[in-house]
Design a protein around this ligand. Structure first.
Ligand code: ADE
Length: 234
């Protein structure tokens, strides 16, 4: 049976998954809590990594070395970069970019990852398809597949939002997914990011985030649970 890694940055993004797990074993490594056990009939390891790319990368690398997941899913909320994506809509990544990875002053295109020489790191197509299928459980929810942009910044201005949207053609922005994708890519582990929109990454984003984070998280939990059900039925 496959082992599925699930990473969320904040307690609210993973606590419902952890509370539904059975045969649970907790271990804290480098200040990050890892929960190994069973969920919806699958072997899973769920981690709460903390906010930002460094925590996310440490978490993903530790998870891969210690628990050897066959695939890693990053779940959580994001700010919308698209007029077509509103609160509680879902984005499933087909690839990830780091919007704050920028060596353009020395002639390297913004976002181009050293050694890999790619700006957008691709997700496994089969995994994306499975997650899109799992998302069918979400009624009256707009589901989009595309680029997710990550950086160590909570985006809450039109200027930064437009820069990220226009430079990387990204649908939403958050603070961990591309770091997890980067780590998975260099370790040859399949990955995908699932995000529900909690705000529009604009001047009201900090207030909208507080208001809508719970509603958005509920959607991602339903999606992840349905994906796990699908996997256990294979
Ligand atoms: N996560 C949720 N909303 C976000 C935003 N506006 N910027 C960065 N990360 C986010």
């Amino acid at each position: 049976m496959k082992r599925i890694g699930i990473i969320g940055a904040m307690d609210i993004e993973v606590k419902e998954l952890i509370s539904s797990m059975v045969d649970i074993k907790k271990e804290t490594i480098s200040s990050i809590d890892f929960y190994e056990g069973k969920l919806e009939g699958n072997n899973v390891v769920v981690a709460e990594c903390g906010i930002g790319k460094v925590y996310a990368a440490v978490c993903a690398q530790t998870m891969i070395l210690k628990y050897e997941p066959d695939l890693v899913i990053n779940t959580g909320v994001a700010g919308s970069l698209s007029i077509d994506l509103d609160i509680a809509d879902i984005v499933i990544s087909d690839g990830v970019v780091q919007h704050d990875y920028d060596a353009s002053p020395i002639g390297i295109p913004a976002g181009m990852i050293s050694e890999i020489n790619l700006i957008k790191l691709p997700c496994n197509e089969e995994l994306v398809k499975k997650l899109v299928k799992a998302a069918e459980i979400l009624k009256e929810t707009n589901i989009a597949v595309g680029t997710i942009a990550s950086g160590d910044q909570f985006i809450c201005s039109k200027e930064k939002k437009d820069y990220i949207a226009n430079t990387f053609d990204a649908l939403c922005t958050e603070m961990e997914g591309a770091a997890i994708g980067h780590v998975c890519y260099i370790n040859n582990v399949d990955f995908c990011i699932i995000r529900a929109i909690s705000d529009r990454a604009d001047g009201a984003a900090h207030m909208d985030f507080d208001t809508f984070v719970e509603i958005a998280v509920e959607k991602t939990i339903m999606l992840v649970n349905n994906f796990l059900k699908q996997e256990s039925a294979l």
